[in-house]
Design a binder for this molecule. Structure first.
Ligand SMILES: [Zn+2]
Ligand SMILES: [Zn+2]
Length: 331
């Protein structure tokens, strides 16, 4: 099988220079001359073409070929199912990850040693010993198997915790117990210790401080997370996860943080009903709430897969009304 065809389509993936130097003995003038000078008859051998390529011309040094991979840049087209990982430095924090509506959401915050959701695995996510899960929708959870695999194998001896809504803990533990291939994880990690169920208000110690969950409105048990540094006056980061803006209309102080990461799944005017039905936030909800928000930076995540230029046009009314700085998690 020609796995790595070169320009000449040489079998076996040889580089072009290799084909011309060490190619068919009988197709090479240098080789023909050399062989005829020592008296060999010049005749075409009855061998298959791929065999001919293995015959080396004399006095030709064959250099090893190292093939490197070409990095594929994620295309930026709308409806791209493979969103890129982005990074933001804010308030002394790194926020690195992916967030596109219904595709995947996962943020690494290395200063706190946490990943906020695990809808997609990446080296940055795997490096965090704690995952704070907001809810059980697969765009926030589906990287959990890859995360546990890497943590069990390559972070042996380090603590690993999946902190999840209490109602998710049991079903997730049972599902992972049945999942084929989990033996390699189970012999290194006790899932009953790794998976920790919590309810709103229960403080969780994490490497960089504390994480406090709060309830959000998404139709199923869903937690937002407030991250506090030790002795921090206000949360440095609040992650609002998926859900309507109802809890923040009732208490805008929930988002009083240096950085508030919120969802905004629907942007277009004709998507308001869809937002209500799915218990997601619509841009108009954030526009209405904006003057009451006291966060320094509002990061809109879980955006639809639209080009950033189009998104920024639609977000202009929100930027105008927001006292803090508005950032769209898009590129
Ligand atoms: Zn989601
Ligand atoms: Zn969801």
């Amino acid at each position: 099988m020609n796995r790595f065809p070169d320009k000449a389509g040489a079998p076996g993936g040889r580089a072009p220079h290799e084909t011309s130097r060490a190619g068919s003995l009988w197709g090479s003038r240098a080789a023909r001359a050399s062989f005829s000078s020592i008296g060999h008859p010049i005749a075409r051998p009855a061998v298959a073409p791929h065999m001919r390529l293995r015959v080396r011309a004399p006095n030709v040094v064959r250099r090893p070929t190292i093939r490197t991979m070409t990095a594929i840049r994620f295309p930026r087209a709308a409806n791209d199912p493979f969103p890129p990982e982005l990074e933001l430095q804010l308030a002394g924090l790194t926020l690195r990850g992916t967030s596109v509506a219904a595709r995947a959401t996962a943020f690494a915050v290395p200063e706190f040693g946490v990943a906020l959701d695990v809808g997609r695995m990446s080296p940055a996510i795997a490096a965090q010993p704690v995952v704070l899960l907001s809810h059980g929708h697969l765009d926030h959870l589906s990287g959990v198997l890859a995360y546990l695999n890497v943590r069990a194998r390559f972070h042996t001896g380090e603590p690993t915790r999946l902190v999840v809504p209490e109602s998710v803990a049991g079903p997730l533990t049972q599902a992972l117990a049945l999942m084929p291939g989990m033996e390699s994880v189970r012999k290194r990690l006790r899932l009953e210790e790794v998976i920790v169920g919590v309810t709103p208000g229960e403080r969780v110690k994490v490497p960089g401080g504390t994480a406090v969950p709060f309830a959000v409105d998404h139709g199923i048990a869903t937690l937002g997370w407030a991250l506090r540094r030790p002795r921090g006056r206000r949360p440095v980061l609040v992650y609002a996860a998926d859900g309507s803006t109802a809890p923040f209309v009732a208490d805008p102080g929930l988002l009083d943080a240096e950085v508030a990461v919120v969802e905004c799944t629907f942007l277009e005017r004709n998507r308001k009903v869809a937002a209500r039905l799915a218990k997601h936030a619509h841009l108009s909800d954030w526009v209405a709430l904006a003057p009451k928000l006291r966060c320094d930076h509002l990061v809109l995540a879980h955006l639809p897969p639209m080009p950033a230029k189009e998104i920024s046009v639609l977000l202009a009314p929100l930027a105008e009304r927001l006292p803090g700085r508005l950032i769209a998690w898009a590129n």
